[in-house]
Design a protein around this ligand. Structure first.
Ligand code: UT7
Length: 325
């Protein structure tokens, strides 16, 4: 069976910066608390008239240019997001339309912060069948649309942005294995309560600010450390990999302390764990492609790479791939 190898990476963040000192001016917080508790220094904010499809369009354009691919060669586009342009329709189809991917079909995957890992593994199955040869996987968000800037425990964490990859078949390199997990117990611990079919938006819910992300930070923190480290261990064992053989761990960027705890649990040196949370905060499904984009020059052909994520749902998992270029 062919493997799905990554042949191009792209990323996009909006220009506008929201720094910790900007937040100090609008809520009871301070730069020192945010830095030491989360590792975040600033995050990006999309313009009011910009959303996930605009990010996706820019990412697709970069991917096509870098890989010398014509738009009509793309057969499928999967967009991992929990902040798509609309509740209906999906965002992937709109990205295909805006990008001139006239031969592609598209669909969204909502696995919150684990979305990119879930979407990448889903896309890799389409390649493994031998039926699909060129697939784009995007992960990205406009999280700031769902931030209550009166809630200092959550709004300081999230930002906007994302990235994507092109997948093509290969005999040797690419996605090798993944362990993906879920536990609906987490449903109430990290959510946007209103605006869906259970609690459609109305004035009362708007007044109660039910249109924003809320979470139980401490529980999410504990579960994230455990979920990411246990699935990394499991995927390493299943593939007979030692820590020395892993070139890079690409963790979801939710909190630098979570990332450090995962690294410590697995005895991975910090130099081999991708980190850019200081600049972008938590962009949910966007964090992993943004890391790959920023570290692309440091990745080498044949590198063993493990992507790992944890998010709302709860959803979590780790994916093992061999870098192809
Ligand atoms: O991708 C999944 C999405 N979510 C996450 O990954 C979140 C995971 N959780 C976390 O990252 C952390 O739990 C937080 C960053 C949300 C909070 O950090 P913490 O170390 O768990 O802090 P805490 O909630 O235990 O709060 C400690 C103190 C509290 O004050 P008291 O009760 O000790 O007086 C908070 O009120 O820090 C206070 N606090 C703040 N102070 C200044 C909470 N938020 C802030 C803030 N600025 N922004």
């Amino acid at each position: 069976m062919p493997k799905a190898k990554i042949t191009a990476v792209a990323g996009y963040v909006p220009e506008k910066i929201l720094s910790n000192s900007d937040l100090e001016k609008i809520m009871d917080t301070n730069d020192e608390w945010i830095r030491t508790r989360t590792g975040i220094v600033e995050r990006r904010v999309m313009a009011e008239d910009e959303a996930v499809s605009h990010m996706g369009e820019k990412v697709v354009a970069q991917i096509l240019e870098k890989s010398g691919t014509a738009p009509e060669e793309i057969e499928l586009l999967i967009c991992a997001t929990c902040t798509g342009d609309y509740i209906l329709p999906d965002t992937a189809n709109n990205i295909c339309y805006k990008s001139g991917l006239t031969k592609a079909f598209g669909f969204d995957i909502n696995a919150a912060c684990s979305g990119f890992v879930f979407a990448l593994y889903t896309a890799s199955q389409f390649i493994q069948t031998g039926r699909y040869k060129k697939i784009i996987v995007i992960g990205g968000e406009k999280m700031t649309s769902y931030m209550n800037y009166e809630d200092r425990t959550t709004s300081i964490l999230f930002g906007d942005g994302g990235g994507g990859v092109l997948l093509e078949p290969d005999e040797e390199y690419g996605v090798i294995d993944a362990i993906l997990k879920g536990d609906g117990y987490g449903c109430q611990l990290l959510k946007v309560e209103a605006g869906g079919s259970l609690y459609p938006m109305n004035q009362e819910r708007l007044d109660a600010k039910k249109n924003f992300v809320t979470q139980d930070g401490r529980q999410v923190f504990r579960r994230a450390v455990n979920g990411m480290s246990s699935t990394i261990k499991e995927v390493m064992e299943r593939n007979n990999l030692t820590a020395d053989e892993i070139s890079w761990v690409v963790p979801h960027q939710a909190n630098e302390r979570i990332i450090n705890a995962v690294g410590d649990a697995l005895d991975f040196p910090k130099e081999r764990i991708m980190l850019n949370i200081a600049k972008y905060g938590n962009t949910s499904a966007g964090t992993i492609p943004l890391c790959l984009w920023e570290y692309e020059d440091q990745l080498k052909k044949g590198d063993n790479v493990i992507l790992t994520a944890f998010g709302g749902g709860f959803t979590w998992g780790s994916l093992y791939l061999k870098w192809a270029y």
